[in-house]
Design a binder for this molecule. Structure first.
Ligand code: PMV
Length: 341
């Protein structure tokens, strides 16, 4: 069952920051890249949507430093001075970026507690959502530029050279075309999109997968350039399909994007299996989402009944997934939905 989001079933909507209060909070969306991952690192636009799973964070002053980060449900409790932990270094980078900007100075000691409703390494923008939620909780300046700047300082520790699509969607939610260096164009969906997200059960490292494509690009520059040109054309058409409410067309474009991603060696047996099962169960299209090499698959379906069939097919084969609906312009606000098996 795909259920509609209501006030009693809230989404992690960004909350206002209260810099002078004892406690400040922030939140952020997770994301699904509909088309364009990997190519987006090299300047090709990507089409992405925010989903109603994300991250929340709160910050309180503590008597003395160093600042500490607790991740609920991930067994993480570290100081920003912890050099052996990526999370410690990412937390430190984010706080340093805030210290560099902040004219008011930051308290010596802060306890930041955060929680993500997304699988780490799942291709759903978990680290960016945490980065944006934590940035919102610690900064005295809630401008988009500042928050994304802090979140990118955090992201670079995990991803090396992230395109920024994850942080952009984590900040804004909604549907957008993101282009590295050029920015964001919000996209108006005609009708809503019902998506199924299926997990391969294996976390993957975005950094490793981005390096895989970089190595292939070094060895076979012409082939990879052609692949990226193909993805650019698919993204352009996918945007038109979304704006026209052409779900059948969008599904076909997603399938084509998956073929190109397989050719870039970022797909796996589990990803192909999940895509196959989804299409067999009636999905309009299916592809990996995020970095690949594990992580998640996104399948576009025609509605709630079709979502149930895809989720059941995955479950019968031992995979876990959830449904989510992205609201369009003619759909009442925040009709984002989710369910898990
Ligand atoms: O796996 P995720 O959720 O971090 O998404 C990565 C998307 C890539 O295009 C592969 C990398 C990037 O920085 O855009």
């Amino acid at each position: 069952m795909v259920r509609t989001l209501s006030p009693s079933n809230p989404s992690p909507m960004p909350k206002p920051i209260a810099p002078d209060a004892e406690r400040s909070e922030g939140s952020a969306w997770g994301k699904v890249i509909l088309l364009g991952e990997h190519a987006v690192v090299y300047g090709v636009p990507a089409l992405a949507v925010g989903i109603d799973r994300g991250a929340v964070a709160s910050a309180v002053k503590i008597d003395e430093g160093p600042c500490r980060l607790r991740l609920v449900g991930m067994d993480v409790d570290i100081a920003e001075t912890d050099p052996d932990h990526d999370l410690g270094r990412a937390f430190h980078a984010l706080l340093e970026a805030e210290r560099a900007h902040s004219s008011r100075g930051m308290p010596e000691g802060l306890l930041v507690t955060a929680r993500a409703d997304l699988p780490p390494g799942g291709g759903l923008g978990c680290s960016a959502a945490l980065g944006v939620a934590i940035a919102r909780a610690v900064t005295s300046d809630a401008s988009e530029e500042r928050i994304r700047d802090l979140a990118m300082a955090w992201e670079r520790i995990f991803h090396g050279s992230p395109s920024g699509v994850d942080a952009a969607v984590a900040f804004r939610g909604g549907c957008m075309v993101f282009e590295r260096g050029s920015g964001i164009e919000p996209v108006r969906l005609k009708g809503s999109l019902t998506l199924c997200v299926g997990s391969t059960g294996h976390a993957s490292s975005t950094k490793t997968m981005v390096e895989t494509v970089a190595r292939l690009r070094q060895r076979r520059p012409a082939i990879v350039a052609k692949a990226f040109d193909g993805i650019a054309a698919l993204v352009q058409n996918a945007r038109l399909a979304v704006e026209a409410g052409d779900r059948v067309g969008l599904g076909k474009l997603m399938d084509l994007n998956q073929m190109i991603l397989s050719g870039l060696f970022v797909s796996t047996e589990e990803i192909e299996r999940l895509c196959h099962l989804a299409r067999e169960a009636g999905a309009l299209g299916a592809k990996l989402t995020g970095a690949g090499g594990g992580g998640s698959v996104v399948a576009l379906v025609s509605g709630g009944g079709a979502a149930d069939r895809v989720l059941e097919a995955w479950k019968a084969d031992g995979f876990w997934g959830f449904g989510t609906r992205i609201a369009g312009i003619d759909v009442p606000a925040l009709a984002t939905t989710e369910t898990s098996l």
